[in-house]
Design a protein around this ligand. Structure first.
Ligand code: NAD
Length: 544
C-alpha cells in the first residue's frame, strides 16, 4: 500500500556561522583535522553510476599557498568516462524522475544535516587547504551556504509544486512538474564549494539526473560533497562526477541528443563559447536545452559625499579583498567624491597595512593565496601592465611572491580615466581600481558607472541622503542583478538575496531560489473533464 499525504517540509533557517574563536571546540578539532589532512595524501576517484572510477592517470593536488606540499591526487578521465557518466545518468533517469518527491526531499535534507553536522569540519578543512580559504571564508561557503542551498531548495521545490491553475466547475486543471527529458550538465567553478555543490544538486532535487564536472582546482573538496551525497542515500547514477578537461567534457556532452540543460558558473568567455556550441548543435537535441549560466562581474561601489566614510572603507576592505578578490561579487571598481578622497585614502591604506597574508592553517591570516600558478601569472601581468603604461598609479600593494605559495599583495590602483581597462575588465584577484570624481558630478558619474563594463552582477551605493539613494537605485537599475544600499556587494545569503546578474554576467536565474529551480522543470498541463459533451453542435447554430 502506498502511504501518502500533503507533506510539509521543515521550514528552512540559515545555518548559523560558527566563530572558531580561541577556546572553541570547533577550532581545536579543525586544527587537528587540518594537520591530519596535510599528513595523509588522498586518492580521489571519479564517481560514475555509484562506482568509484580510477584511470591511473593521476594529477597531483597542492595547496595554493604551499605548492610543494602534496595533498593527494585525482584520477583524470577522458571521453570514455564522460560517455560512461552520460550512460549512467540516463540509466537512472526514469526511476529517479518517478521517485516520490518526499523521498527525494529526505535525501537532500539528510545531506544538509550531514554537512552541517558530522561532515562540517571535513568540508571546511578540504576547502581551506585545497582552495586556500581562511576559516571564516570556508565556513560561510562550504558549510553554511551549501547547507542553505540544500534546505532552501527542498522548500522551494514544494512551493513550486503548489503552484497550480484554476479549475472551473466540471473540470480539474493540473500542472505536473516534470523533470527535463534527458540529463543536465553541471559545470562548476573553483571559487565556491557551495556553488560546486548547488549546481548538480538543484536539478537533482527537481528529479533530474546530472553529469557534474568540477573545476580541477576544487576536486579536493568536491570529493567530500560526493561522499555526503552518497551517505545521504542518493541513488547510483543520479549525480555522476567526472574529472576531465572542460573542452573534452563539453565536446561529448554538447553533441549528445539527450543533453537537456546546462547549469554553469564560471567565466564569461567559456559560457559564451558553450552557448555558441549549443546553438550550432541545436538540431541534434531531443529537446531544447535549458541554458543557465552565472558568469563574471566588474562589481562597483558608488560613494556619495553624504556617506559614512568608515562604513565605506570597511565595505571596500572586505568586499574587494576577502578570499583574495576571487568572488564573482568582489568589489573591483570604486567611485569616490573628490572632497572625501583624502579621508577614504587614509583609512583604506591603514586597513591594508594591517592585513596579514599567508596560509589559512595560521588563523591570524586574513589574506591567503590565489588559486594557482595560472591565476598568479595572469594577475602579475595586469599589475605589470598598469605599472608599464603609467596611466594609473598603484597606491598600495603590487608585490607578488610565488616561492612557497601564489601570493599577490592586495593592490589598489588609482585611475584618472574612468574607462581605463582596470575599471572595465574582470581580473578575479586582489586588484581594486578607484576613480575620484568631482563631488558635484554625482549624477554624471552614475552614468559612467552604468556604461563602463559589459557586466551587471553586483554593486553598492553608499549615501545617507534618501533622494541620492533613490536616484542611484533608478539610474543603476540595470547595472547590477544584486544591488546593495549601504552594504558591501559580496556575501549574498540563500533565501535572503537570490543571486545572479544580467548583461554579460549571466542569465540571471538567481541561484538558491524558486526562479532557478523552475528552469529544471518542464511542466505538463493536464485538463480533465468530468462529463464531456456528446454533441458537436453549439447553441448558436440553431436558426429558429
Ligand atoms: P572558468 O571559466 O575557468 O571555469 C569554470 C568551469 O568551466 C570549470 O569547471 C572549468 O574546468 C570549465 N572550463 C574551462 N574552460 C572550458 C572550456 N573551454 N570548455 C568547457 N569547460 C571549460 O572559471 P573559474 O576560474 O573556475 O571561476 C572564476 C569565474 O567564475 C569568474 O569569471 C567569476 O566571476 C565566475 N563566477 C561567477 C559567479 C556568479 O554567480 N556569477 C560565481 C562564481 C564565479
Amino acid at each position: 500500500m502506498l502511504a501518502t499525504g500533503f507533506f510539509n517540509v521543515p521550514d528552512p533557517q540559515n545555518e548559523p556561522v560558527l566563530s572558531y574563536a580561541p577556546g572553541t571546540r570547533e577550532r581545536d578539532e579543525l586544527k587537528k583535522l587540518i594537520l591530519n589532512y596535510r599528513e595523509n595524501p588522498v586518492d580521489i576517484p571519479m564517481f560514475i553510476g555509484g562506482k568509484e572510477v580510477r584511470t591511473g592517470n593521476t594529477i597531483d593536488i597542492h595547496p595554493p599557498h604551499d605548492h610543494q606540499h602534496l595533498l593527494g591526487h585525482y584520477h583524470q578521465g577522458g571521453e570514455k568516462e564522460v560517455k560512461m557518466a552520460i550512460d549512467a545518468a540516463l540509466k537512472a533517469r526514469n526511476s529517479w524522475a518517478s521517485f516520490p518527491w518526499e523521498q527525494r526531499a529526505a535525501i537532500f535534507l539528510k545531506a544538509a544535516d550531514l554537512l552541517s553536522g558530522p561532515y562540517r569540519l571535513r568540508m571546511n578543512a578540504a576547502t581551506m587547504l585545497g582552495q586556500s580559504k581562511n576559516i571564516f571564508q570556508a565556513e560561510i561557503d562550504a558549510a553554511c551556504e551549501l547547507t542553505d542551498f540544500l534546505r532552501f531548495n527542498v522548500k522551494f521545490m514544494t512551493d513550486l509544486y503548489k503552484f497550480q491553475p484554476n479549475s472551473p466547475p466540471g473540470v480539474w486543471n493540473r500542472l505536473e512538474w516534470r523533470p527535463l527529458e534527458g540529463f543536465v550538465f553541471a559545470l562548476t567553478p573553483f571559487n565556491f564549494t557551495s556553488i560546486a555543490g548547488n549546481l548538480p544538486t538543484a536539478p537533482a532535487i527537481m528529479g533530474n539526473v546530472v553529469v557534474w564536472k568540477p573545476s580541477k582546482a576544487q576536486v579536493y573538496s568536491a570529493q567530500v560533497i560526493m561522499e555526503v551525497l552518497r551517505e545521504a542515500g542518493l541513488p547510483d547514477g543520479v549525480i555522476n562526477m567526472v574529472f576531465a578537461p572542460g573542452p573534452v567534457v563539453s565536446k561529448i556532452i554538447l553533441s549528445h541528443p539527450h543533453f537537456a540543460g546546462l547549469h554553469y558558473t564560471g567565466s564569461t568567455e567559456v559560457f559564451q563559447e558553450i552557448w555558441k556550441t549549443i546553438g550550432n548543435n541545436i538540431y541534434k537535441y531531443h529537446t531544447y536545452p535549458r541554458v543557465v549560466g552565472e558568469t563574471g562581474g566588474k562589481d562597483f561601489v558608488m560613494v556619495h559625499e553624504s556617506a559614512d566614510m568608515r562604513q565605506v572603507v570597511t565595505a571596500i576592505s572586505r568586499g574587494a579583498f576577502e578570499y583574495q578578490g576571487q568572488k564573482c561579487s568582489a568589489v573591483s571598481r570604486v567611485y569616490v567624491p573628490d572632497n572625501k578622497w583624502p579621508e577614504i585614502k587614509e583609512m583604506l591604506l591603514s586597513d591594508l597595512a594591517s592585513f596579514t597574508m599567508g596560509g589559512p592553517e595560521d588563523f591570524s591570516n586574513f589574506i591567503n593565496a590565489v588559486i594557482d600558478e595560472g591565476a598568479f601569472e595572469r594577475l602579475k601581468k595586469v599589475i605589470d601592465r598598469i605599472r608599464r603604461e603609467k596611466k594609473a598609479a598603484i597606491i598600495a600593494g603590487g608585490k607578488t611572491y610565488k616561492k612557497t605559495g601564489y601570493f599577490i599583495e592586495p593592490t589598489v590602483v588609482l585611475a584618472d580615466d574612468p574607462y581605463y581597462f582596470a575599471m572595465q575588465e574582470e581580473f578575479f584577484g586582489p586588484i581594486l581600481t578607484m576613480h575620484v570624481y568631482p563631488a558635484a558630478k554625482f549624477a554624471e558619474t552614475l552614468e559612467i558607472c552604468d556604461n563602463t563594463s559589459i557586466y551587471a552582477l553586483t554593486g553598492s551605493i553608499f549615501a545617507r541622503e534618501r533622494k541620492v539613494i533613490e536616484l542611484a537605485s533608478r539610474k543603476l537599475v540595470n547595472a547590477a542583478g544584486n544591488f546593495y544600499i549601504n552594504d558591501k556587494p559580496t556575501g549574498a545569503v540563500v533565501g535572503q538575496q537570490p543571486f545572479g546578474g544580467s548583461r554579460g554576467s549571466g542569465t540571471n536565474d538567481k541561484a538558491g531560489s524558486v526562479l532557478n529551480l523552475i528552469r529544471w522543470l518542464s511542466p505538463r498541463s493536464v485538463k480533465e473533464t468530468f462529463v464531456p459533451p456528446v454533441n458537436y453542435r453549439y447553441p448558436f447554430m440553431v436558426e429558429r
